[in-house]
Design a protein around this ligand. Structure first.
Ligand SMILES: NC(=O)c1ccc[n+]([C@@H]2O[C@H](COP(=O)([O-])OP(=O)(O)OC[C@H]3O[C@@H](n4cnc5c(N)ncnc54)[C@H](OP(=O)(O)O)[C@@H]3O)[C@@H](O)[C@H]2O)c1
Length: 254
């Protein structure tokens, strides 16, 4: 129950996603109430909320497009009221994207993905920073382990997440004096959400086997394994860790 003694609760952007949902559950297991957002998949949001409730924590959720800065401010205020302030803010959202060679990406798709991811994360930070300053607290952004070693056809994921990573490092640099920590978790191949969709819809079994062999631990990861890293970095156990990125990728970055 690493988070049980902290004041307020956790605000999670993207709780309807494969990784975001696992983060909400791990937060609840660690003793935190949760307010999370979804964009379009209300069924997923309702299911995630039922699971958090079953763990005995208070939970609420709201629809939010992170590109709408005014809406982000409004929902952040709603979340702060519900939780009694934030001890944690998690960026676990990200736009739908497909694996493509750089030469095949249209300018419109590049703009769609970078706007949603980079501006979305900035809007979240902008709306929550004054509230985190009020009591101290911690950010974790879910990025990708591909920021270190970009695989072919993964630039739509890696480039915006590299910007998100630098934004979070900037927060760590500027806001440490206000008691705020800020870190990133970089998933590799995860059998949930976007990773599951890509593996089931865009890759052949032979391609998935090649990926599995390229991972030192020789397997695809689980969303719960990413969520454990997120909760660790949010918890007092990580109280002197800030500005870091922790890859959760079975060693693939090495
Ligand atoms: N799964 C992996 O293997 C993997 C690996 C590396 C990195 N990542 C990254 O980790 C993050 C989470 O991944 P995931 O697998 O959980 O993906 P996911 O299942 O597709 O979830 C994405 C989440 O972001 C929300 N979202 C999408 N666009 C949004 C917008 N404009 N405003 C607000 N929310 C928005 C979605 O809401 P709705 O679903 O309700 O529309 C959903 O909650 C993503 O950024 C992804 O790129 C994932």
């Amino acid at each position: 129950m690493d988070l049980a003694n902290l004041k307020g609760g956790a605000f999670v952007a993207g709780g309807s996603g494969g990784i975001g949902r696992a983060v909400c559950l791990a937060l609840a297991r660690a003793g935190s109430d949760v307010f999370f957002t979804y964009r379009s998949r209300r069924d997923n949001a309702e299911a995630a909320a039922r699971e958090v409730e079953a763990l005995g924590r208070r939970v609420a959720f709201a629809a939010l497009d992170l590109q709408d800065a005014e809406a982000v401010e409004r929902i952040a205020a709603e979340a702060a009221d519900f939780l009694g302030g934030f001890h944690s803010v998690v960026y676990a959202a990200g736009p739908v994207l497909h694996m493509q060679l750089i030469g095949d990406i249209s300018p419109a798709d590049w703009a769609r993905v970078t706007n949603a991811d980079v501006n979305g994360c900035f809007n979240l930070v902008h709306a929550t920073l004054p509230r985190l300053r009020a009591q101290g607290g911690s950010y974790v952004a879910v990025i990708t382990s591909a920021v270190e070693r970009v695989p072919a056809r993964d630039i739509l994921s890696a480039a915006p997440k590299a910007a998100v990573e630098m934004l979070i490092r900037g927060v760590a640099r500027e806001e440490g004096r206000n008691g705020i920590r800020a870190n990133c978790v970089g998933p590799g191949w995860i059998d949930a959400g976007l990773g599951h969709a890509v593996m089931s819809e865009e890759l052949t079994p032979a391609q998935i086997e090649t990926i599995r062999r390229a991972i030192p631990l020789r397997r695809i990861g689980q969303a719960a394994e990413v969520a454990e890293a997120v909760v660790f970095l949010l918890s007092p156990r990580a109280s002197f860790i800030s500005g870091q990125s922790l890859a959760v990728d079975g060693g693939m970055q090495v």
